[in-house]
Write a protein that binds this ligand. Sequence first.
Ligand SMILES: NC(=O)c1ccc[n+]([C@@H]2O[C@H](COP(=O)([O-])OP(=O)(O)OC[C@H]3O[C@@H](n4cnc5c(N)ncnc54)[C@H](O)[C@@H]3O)[C@@H](O)[C@H]2O)c1
Length: 250
Amino acid sequence: MDFNGKTVVVTGAASGIGLAAAQAFAAGGANVVISDVNTEAGKNAAEEIGKKGGEATFLFANVAARNDVRDLVSQTVEKYGALDIIVNNAGIAGEFQPFTSYSLEGWEKVVGINQTGVFFCMQEALKVMEKQGSGAIVNVASIAGLKAMNRASAYVASKHAVLGLTKVAAMEYARQNIRVNAVCPVFTRTPLFESMFEINPAFEEKLKRNIPMGRYGRPEDIANAILWLSHDDAEFITGVCLPIDGGMMA
Ligand SMILES: NC(=O)c1ccc[n+]([C@@H]2O[C@H](COP(=O)([O-])OP(=O)(O)OC[C@H]3O[C@@H](n4cnc5c(N)ncnc54)[C@H](O)[C@@H]3O)[C@@H](O)[C@H]2O)c1
């Protein structure tokens, strides 16, 4: 897809879904800001894009820290002159514990990154997009934003919250040429996903049986939907929470 001249920020872009999206935006001609807390992997990702003729810069930002997010957005605008698209993808799975044993520390960590982090990024991006009179936001939620998952109270609550933020901002900015959408991926083969099965490999086979298409997601499956929702081709689409799940939600 053509993103020539567009400036895109992808959070959590050093790995997995964010990396696949960043690479695809760069292949489409965008100026891509790869943001992450993993500096080494983030810099490598930007370098690899550069070697293929794309335009990418790494900027460190912990999305749970408001000042980091402010700097991320202001440095992006300083460097490229605009912020056309932001993909709020950084997220963690956190601890898996029965409801009553879920620790406050674990709760605060997951909610701080997955929920408050998305809120900070949306706020800062919207301030710029409002002035520009245009923009597109894609939040990376999860099917855990649409349905429950055992022992993952903080993750499920934070992803439901991301869908709430998506819908509110979509309504508030619908008349300002700013679209806000979310993708809800099913289990997708990334380092985050693989870490879940280090604990229980048998679970991997069991879980797959719930996906009608009989396979897990690939980072590219999710990136394709993120790009389409960000593109002007989707200009009449806002406030949607799109499952990308091989039919699971059906
Ligand atoms: N993989 C799946 O099965 C799956 C399914 C549904 C939704 N998701 C969501 O997709 C998103 C990406 O996940 P992934 O599977 O690609 O994971 P991943 O672990 O491969 O990548 C996540 C990236 O986010 C970065 N990150 C973590 N905390 C951060 C912070 N505080 N600030 C900035 N960056 C931070 C990590 O360093 C990493 O590079 C997450 O929001 C996740 O919840 C993943």
